[in-house]
Design a protein around this ligand. Structure first.
Ligand code: NAI
Ligand code: BGC
Length: 256
């Protein structure tokens, strides 16, 4: 069943990992997809081909979410090519490791620029066009279990995701009257390039697996399935919530 026929979706960071799986899934559910990528055009092309194989339509568009012109261009391209932009998935992100006492100013700024400032102003550009057109919409932010849970060594990352959590809470209230829903998806540990170092470190990986009640890492497709639901008509009354896709990681506690 194609649940997103007639919809247009923008997915940032859709040339790899979770964003790629989301773009593919939305495209195969019938949405026309704007596949944003920053660096890896090959990855974005792979996403486009997968959507084509499902009989879907998409456009690949280069853009850096830290640049205001690129954000506006993403939304404008959606409207110019497909006459709408109904779904925004703020997925692009990065994770910079540093102990608190060593954090450099430029790393703090970059972390916030990509993970929080970009989603904020992209959502703004997305909402302005919908408001002018008097159309409803859906915003999904890919945050993390670390919008809530501490992650020592990654304080700037947690600040960015915690900020995304409050952004979602506020936008729920401000955008509800416009018919725009806003939800976060909080993945746990998903096997993607962002976790390369961890995936290559067996002892660390095993320690992490021991913390996940379902006993495995998540897949990008696990996250994409939640996006497909939250952007479908079945989720029209759902706004202001964070949905864990984490195999139980967040709830885990053991006494040895
Ligand atoms: P990934 O590294 O494959 O994906 C991140 C994507 O963001 C890449 O395609 C990258 O090119 C893009 N990106 C980075 N900076 C950008 C910029 N300035 N402009 C445009 N695009 C940019 O890793 P993954 O895991 O797919 O990450 C996607 C999102 O999921 C991130 O926001 C991450 O924080 C979040 N997440 C990932 C988890 C995991 O365990 N893999 C768990 C929880 C959240
Ligand atoms: C991080 C991953 C981490 C996962 C679970 C995500 O937000 O990007 O590096 O494995 O949370 O802790």
């Amino acid at each position: 069943m194609q649940r997103l026929q007639g919809k247009v979706a923008i997915v940032t960071g859709a040339g790899s990992g979770i964003g790629q799986a989301i773009a593919k899934r939305l495209g195969c559910e019938g949405a026309k997809v704007l596949i944003n990528y920053r660096g890896s055009e090959a990855g974005a092309d792979e996403t486009r081909r997968a959507i084509e194989a499902c009989g879907g339509q998409s456009v690949v568009i280069q853009g850096d979410v830290t640049k205001m012109d690129d954000l506006r261009n993403l939304v404008d391209t959606a409207w110019n090519k497909f006459d709408s932009a109904d779904i925004l998935v703020n997925n692009a992100g990065l994770e910079i490791r540093s102990d608190f006492w060593d954090t450099k100013e430029e790393d703090y700024d970059r972390q916030m620029a990509v993970n929080l400032r970009g989603p904020y102003f992209l959502a703004q550009a997305f909402v302005r066009r919908l408001r002018d057109a008097k159309k409803p919409g859906r915003i999904i932010n890919i945050s993390s279990v670390h919008e809530d849970m501490a992650f020592p060594g990654f304080t700037t990352y947690c600040c960015s995701k915690g900020g995304m959590r409050m952004m979602m809470h506020n936008l729920t209230v401000e955008l509800g009257p416009l018919g725009i829903t806003v939800n976060n998806i909080a993945p746990g540990a998903i096997a993607t390039p962002i976790n390369k170092a961890l995936l290559e470190d067996k002892p660390k990986l095993n320690a992490l697996l021991a913390n996940i009640p379902l006993g495995r890492l998540g897949t990008p497709e696990d996250v994409a399935a939640m996006v497909a639901f939250l952007t479908s008509d079945d989720a029209s009354y759902i706004t202001g919530a964070t949905f864990l896709v984490d195999g139980g990681l967040m709830r885990n506690y053991h006494e040895q």
